[in-house]
Write a protein that binds this ligand. Structure first.
Ligand code: ADP
Ligand code: MG
Length: 380
């Protein structure tokens, strides 16, 4: 990929650019915890974006996407927003950097990526964090890493119409090889944990379905969580978010809230604890417990939070049947991928079985993405 990018860069701009890269991400555990003030546990992966850049001495950005095979030029003022959606990510990063007092002037860039688009691995965060990091470096802005992640998040909010949280951009900027990062979504404190998965592989199996329910169901889940938190708060005023509540505090209010809200809250409180348990287990190198927690998360998302679907439950059951160490739906639910922790020796037979049986049942093949926990934003 690097060679192709430099080759194109030379053809277009007559020189070589400086190479930067960033990554997509997975989240090992901690789902629907972010808006409840709990933990998420992401890591950057070995699939990302690579870009070559050079300052061009003008006030114009000259940008080529190898994957779209398309050239775009734009200025750096608010009214210069390009028509192409893919270019808006780069434009947004320029604007958000400028809004924070950073210097951005004209530059040339060629970029390409290998994160599957829209599969739940956050190709958009990879793109944003590559450029946020690169602009900070070539223009010498000294913006700190957390703010670089926020530049990506604000880009999604203000230029791409996606009201996302901070996890994707955070993981993409902060990711390190063989390490996962536990992020406290309330305080934004974070801590690295070793993910030294010798003898195991992580693999995503993409059901390639997206069920309609997702956004209205998401709002309903949030409302249930807020309702449960409000009930608990009456007894325990220190509960700001649902994740602050102890399990027994939820039991105290069971009769006061709809059973559905109780089940949603039971999942969230359990999930926050599971992130902590997985971190402890990783420090002991205890992958069996990590995997068991992943199965528990799947059960909770399927039966308590009710954000799974037939395809994902099928993949999860199949993983159990094949003796996969851990498996769960990753992301918001209602489609997308399962993330699987698989012992090397059964990897090939599991993938084979999963693809065959899923295809036989649903009439289309799932996609398979093996991932390795890798470095996030960096200069190459
Ligand atoms: P994801 O879940 O993968 O982040 P999004 O819809 O948020 O999905 O972002 C995908 C968008 O990001 C693409 O439609 C495109 O505009 C941009 N993008 C991602 N990767 C690339 C790439 N390699 N080249 C150009 N644009 C990209
Ligand atoms: Mg995205």
């Amino acid at each position: 990929m690097k060679e192709k990018i430099q080759e194109k860069f030379k053809t277009l701009f007559g020189e070589e650019g400086i190479l930067y890269a960033s990554a997509g991400r997975i989240n090992l555990i901690g789902e629907h915890t972010d808006y409840n003030g709990g933990y998420v546990f992401p890591g950057a992966i070995d699939k990302g974006i690579v870009a070559a850049l050079s300052v061009n001495g003008t006030q114009k950005v000259k940008l080529f996407s190898l994957d779209y095979d398309e050239y775009v030029e734009f200025g750096l003022n608010e009214e210069d927003k390009p028509a192409q959606q893919w270019a808006c990510y780069v434009f947004g990063v320029c604007r958000e950097t400028i809004k924070r007092g950073g210097k951005v002037e004209g530059f040339n860039a060629v970029f390409a990526g290998d994160v599957p688009l829209g599969a739940g691995l956050s190709s958009s965060a990879a793109l944003e964090s590559t450029f946020a990091f690169a602009l900070n470096d070539i223009f010498g802005n000294n913006i700190d890493k957390f703010e670089l992640a926020k530049i990506g998040q604000s880009t999604e909010h203000n230029y791409c119409g996606v009201k996302c949280g901070i996890m994707d951009q955070f993981a993409s900027v902060f990711g390190k090889k063989d390490q996962l990062i536990r992020l406290n979504c309330k305080t934004l404190e974070y801590k690295y944990f070793p993910f030294d998965a010798k003898g195991y592989k992580l693999v995503l199996i993409d059901s390639c379905v997206k069920h309609e329910l997702a956004s209205s169901a998401y709002n309903k889940r949030r409302a249930s969580c807020e309702n449960a938190a409000a009930a608990i708060r009456r007894n325990h005023p220190e509960v700001e978010f649902l994740s602050d509540a102890k399990r027994v505090w939820l039991d105290e209010v069971r009769a006061d809230i709809p059973e559905e809200d109780f089940l949603r809250a039971e999942y969230v409180i359990g999930e926050v604890q599971r992130v902590l348990d997985v971190c402890d287990a990783l420090e002991r190198g205890d992958f069996k417990t990590v995997g068991e927690m992943m199965y528990q998360t799947h059960f909770g998302m399927s039966r308590l939070y009710e954000v799974s679907c037939e395809e994902l439950d099928f993949l999860n059951k199949l993983a159990r049947k094949c003796d996969v160490t851990g498996s769960r739906v990753m992301g918001g639910g209602f489609g997308g991928c399962t993330i699987n922790l698989v012992k090397d020796e059964i990897y090939d037979s599991f993938i084979d079985t999963a693809v065959k049986e899923f295809t036989a049942k649903f009439g289309h093949a799932p996609k398979v993405y093996p991932v390795v926990i890798s470095d996030g934003a960096r200069r190459l």
